[in-house]
Unconditional design. Structure first.
Length: 121
């Protein structure tokens, strides 16, 4: 059951990641990283298949080897995520949800600034 769950989450995340490559509004990198994690947990065969795709080679290998992101990528991801978080804060009328969204946004900025290394182009 756990393998099926990770497989399903991996393919959903993979699909969103591919859409993020094509659509400039949606960051694909985090979804592809999550897909990689899910495929590794689901089965060795699926993980091997994913690691042989051009998507993995282009978007995941660089991040995993360099252990960081370009400043431009970090800013783009944060701005897009902030837009959707603020959009949600203004249209949700439940105070606790609004507080959680703002806390999520603050933690996201902390994580991107302190935990993900900024690399030079």
């Amino acid at each position: 059951m756990k393998n099926i769950l990770f497989f399903t989450l991996g393919f959903i995340s993979f699909g969103i990641g591919i859409a993020g490559i094509v659509l400039p509004v949606l960051p694909g990198g985090p979804f592809l990283l999550f897909a990689s994690f899910c495929f590794a947990k689901s089965s060795k065969r699926i993980d091997k298949w994913f690691k042989s795709t051009w998507v993995y080679e282009k978007y995941i290998v660089g991040f995993r080897q360099k252990r960081g992101m370009l400043l431009k990528e970090k800013i783009r991801i944060n701005l897009i995520a902030d837009f959707f978080i603020l959009f949600s804060v203004f249209f949700v009328d439940i105070l606790i949800v609004q507080i959680l969204l703002v806390a999520l946004a603050l933690y996201k900025h902390y994580y991107f600034i302190k935990k993900i290394k900024t690399i030079k182009a």
